[in-house]
Write a protein that binds this ligand. Sequence first.
Ligand code: NAD
Length: 436
Amino acid sequence: MSNHHNAGSLSSQLWHSSALYQNSVKQLVEAAETMKLDPNIAERLKVPKRALIVSVPIRLDDGTIRCFEGYRVQHNMTLGPGKGGIRFHPEVNLSEVAGLAMLMTFKCSLVGLPLGGAKGGIRVDPSKLSRQEAQALTRRYTSEINMIIGPDKDIPAPDVGTDAQHMAWMMDTYSQEKGFAIPGVVTGKPIEIGGSLGRHESTGRGVVYTIQHAVKHLADQGKPWGKLDSTTTVAVHGFGKVGAIAALEIYQLGTKVIAVSDVSGAIYNKNGLNIPAISKHLSKGQTLVEYPEAEVITNEDLLALPVDILIPAAIDGVITQQNVAKVKAKIIAEGANGPVTTEALKELEEREVFIIPDILCNAGGVIVSYFEWVQGIQNFFWSESEVNEKLADVLSSSFKKVMDVRAKYKCSMKTAALIAGVDRLNRAMLLRGLFP
Ligand code: NAD
């Protein structure tokens, strides 16, 4: 990177090896230039505070031993303990995890949480693991990173390839090693061991809350697609924890979800898909593309559908310079982290596509994770409607904050969201000062 204080060092080569990290830094630089951020702060935010690489050996079901590589990166903890998911994916690497940790810092700051940014992962294909192997891997990984996590230090949560069961194993491993139950070490836990009502749905639900705000804003501007009704068409890329809930919530608002996809392919029905029926179909162990009342198309076809709203909710780098010309959606809600590259974003903004940036769009997950942490500390649990109401409030004021910044700087939505996040953090960093 230009003027990187450590250019050429081992760490700078490691950090910058993934497109996701490079994109995150590019977006930070753009925000820093637009808001005229203190250059010392901008430089500091380009690299994480701390990173741990661990080897995670486990015994496979066939008796052999295999060693996987795991990571935990803490990007910035000025505002509070680190917060961020654990990803199990065959392509995960240190640089990608660092880029995701950086996004977590800005996300937590943007939505006003007293939390910093972190992320973790294991380079593994979770679909190839038995339940026993997944459990062994999760427990050994937790044990290997236990010196840097904890309810006051850094609190993991689920991400791609992990779920509430993995969090239960992490909580149990950490608690066994300390000698007593410590539910606050992770969020996204099952309800039975201190999880929050509404956490599972929170990210997808938050995606749809932000779409509702975007639609209202577009309606106020007189755009004909500023509405959510039976004429509104939606496509969801990635029918996972985030995408399936977002699809369900927007379907329940009466819109027509005409296509959804997962890693196996995409399904399409121009008259609208029955989202609850698809989830039921998947729960029987069948694949998405085997769903009968739809046509099978490719993931690339899905991205090019002439829909009003496109929700990329799978992985990063899905809409790029190569395919952006084909994208016809009028609103893109970034359910995933970094699904649209910086170059593709520029082209979409020029075409006046309304972008709901990831750190705002998918912040529902970390907001309710924060609620889960707070409920755990107080040992006092809230009703689901209370959780949803508080979630809606936080997202509503965060959306407004981003729109105000956008109006002030006349910048893109992406830059506005980043500025809103960086601004609060910047003030906190300047107040705390440089140690020693
Ligand atoms: P998940 O593993 O539950 O779901 C991912 C989905 O994407 C799956 O359906 C998978 O089949 C599909 N997929 C994977 N690779 C694909 C590809 N190349 N093409 C098409 N589909 C593909 O993960 P998730 O938790 O839903 O996370 C999805 C995204 O949302 C990630 O970017 C994650 O970082 C982000 N996110 C998740 C949360 C959360 O609370 N889970 C919160 C904020 C952001």
